[in-house]
Design a protein around this ligand. Structure first.
Ligand code: ADP
Length: 498
């Protein structure tokens, strides 16, 4: 059972939604029985068929929850939790730049409802897979031996960290409202930054912890990217592993993508030129022969410092001076949105900006751009560079986390590689990588080889889903061993195994 706060097509703010959905479908394709539970937010647009009601008690408070059934792919059963008082509002996690103040309750309910559903099923799930801080109370509640969850004693839990920057930190008092204040050891284990962190709980109490690339799994053991949770992660030793995200190769396929004006493939890139024209048109940029020949640099990104927006701010005027056109799509911090908008106003023929969340435009940029920019300060995995590789759109990335794991740096000597990579987090290093990439763009043969190398790679979920299955099997074995009273390995003193 996947417990997650967002999943395509029901709700999405970022890569988590793509991953939870595609991983579930890939696991089902491998023959596993997969269900997924998420809130029925306003943005889910009335998804699902009514499938009953239940009373879910969080702490002492009973919530009436409507259950709505839907599916993903052919076989994944989805349950959307309808609780208008908590979910029928603007924004998944917050609105107007502020988090919803009742997020502990909103996501406490998600977890408790999922576990109640799991406990009520004929064969309880062998694995409860919690994603990010929003579901991280799953391992905690499973371990805490809460009344009503006795039937889940044999279920193992896996915690996946999609981004350690978001830790779900709340005042200590929230544990009382969640019925966890009295659970032995919980308050102490979750204590973090003058409050409690849900994610810290998921890390400590789960039977296995994963994150979304091997590189990021190593990086978060250090102080810089560990963000105060590095010691908790180091405590888990070999229970922590990194599994690269895949991409949904049906949704992101230039040969069938309905958002592109014409299909294309590695063997026939003609349609990519049509996509380039379409992107330029949709941004109101010139589409004459010179504009179609000039390199087009795309960026689709949350506009937050993580994504390297501060570097771009530093060199915005230099960027506009390059012999390249830029198209940008994103939402986020007002100062970065304003920066790009100012730049587009000053350079109406060279810079196009669209502030907003727009799936169609994201596909079009992946299809039509020549280069794709991801100068991230850190990147747990990153999906856009994987889409870019598949669309013959050469990524220019910083060597961090999943970007370093997935983009092979172009080597001028051997002419091998799939993209352009810089290491130092500085505007100068970014600018140098961009200049190199633009110079190589002028060499059509070299460029075609880079495109072909990226397009030939397989980033489908099949391989990664099999890696998750291995983690699940190890987690199940550790719970069984614990239940037998032998070699219990679990997390922070799981009461299940006692
Ligand atoms: P993160 O999850 O940190 O935002 P990822 O690269 O893992 O970054 O995933 C981002 C996902 O969200 C991609 O599927 C990307 O296309 C999509 N995305 C981000 N911003 C937008 C936007 N403004 N419009 C459409 N899609 C977007």
């Amino acid at each position: 059972m996947m417990v997650v706060s967002e999943a395509v097509p029901f709700a999405k703010t970022g890569g988590l939604a793509d991953v939870s959905s595609a991983l579930s479908v890939a696991l089902a394709t491998l023959g596993h029985d997969v269900s997924l539970v998420l809130p029925r937010y306003r943005e889910a647009g009335g998804a699902g068929e009514p499938a009953g009601r239940m009373t879910v008690t969080v702490g002492q408070v009973p919530y009436e929850v409507g259950l709505y059934a839907a599916s993903l792919g052919r076989d994944v059963r989805v349950t959307l939790l309808d609780c208008p008082a908590l979910y029928d509002r603007e924004g998944l996690y917050g609105a107007d730049g502020r988090d919803h103040p009742d997020n502990p309750t909103r996501f406490g309910l998600l977890v408790r409802a999922a576990l109640d559903l799991a406990a009520a099923t004929e064969g309880p799930p062998s694995i409860v897979h919690a994603h990010d801080w929003q579901a991280a109370l799953g391992p905690v509640m499973l371990s805490a031996g809460l009344p009503g969850l006795e039937r889940l004693r044999g279920s193992a839990s896996v915690q996946t960290i999609h981004n350690l920057a978001y830790q779900g930190v709340f005042p200590l008092g929230c544990l009382g409202a969640l019925g966890l204040a009295e659970a032995p050891g919980v308050a102490c284990t979750l204590t973090h930054k003058a409050g409690v962190s849900f994610l810290k709980g998921g890390i400590a109490y789960s039977d296995a912890v994963t994150t979304v690339s091997p590189g990021y799994a190593r990086e978060i053991l250090g102080a810089e990217l560990g963000r105060g949770l590095d010691a908790s992660l180091r405590d888990r030793g070999s229970d922590l592993s990194g599994i690269l995200n895949g991409i949904d190769v049906d949704v992101w396929d230039p040969a069938t993508d309905p958002y592109l004006p014409a299909p294309f493939s590695a063997g026939d890139l003609e349609g990519k030129r049509a996509a380039k024209r379409a992107v330029l048109e949709c941004y109101g940029l010139p589409t004459d022969e010179a504009a179609l020949t000039r390199p087009l640099v795309g960026m689709v990104s949350r506009m937050v410092p993580q994504k390297g927006l501060d570097l771009l701010a530093e060199i915005s005027d230099d960027l506009a001076g390059l012999d390249a056109t830029f198209v940008v799509l994103g939402t986020g911090m007002a100062e970065y949105q304003a920066l790009w908008q100012r730049l587009a106003e000053r350079h109406p023929a060279g810079v196009g900006v669209h502030v907003g969340f727009d799936e169609a435009r994201a596909h079009l940029i992946e299809g039509g751009a020549d280069l794709f920019l991801m100068p991230s300060r850190f990147e747990p995995c990153g999906l856009n560079q994987l889409y870019s590789l598949r669309y013959g759109t050469v990524p220019v990335v910083r060597a961090t986390g999943g970007l370093a794991d997935t983009v092979r740096a172009f080597d001028a000597e051997t002419e091998q590689g799939t993209g352009f990579v810089f290491t130092e987090y500085s505007a100068a290093a970014l600018m140098a990588a961009l200049r190199t990439a633009l110079a190589v763009f002028g060499d059509r043969d070299a460029w075609r080889r880079i495109q072909a190398a990226g397009m030939a790679e397989d980033h489908s979920w099949d391989v990664s889903a099999r890696e998750y299955v291995k983690v699940y099997r190890r987690a199940v074995a550790s719970v069984r061993n614990g239940a037998d009273g032998t070699a219990a390995q679990g997390g922070a003193g799981s009461t299940r195994s006692e």
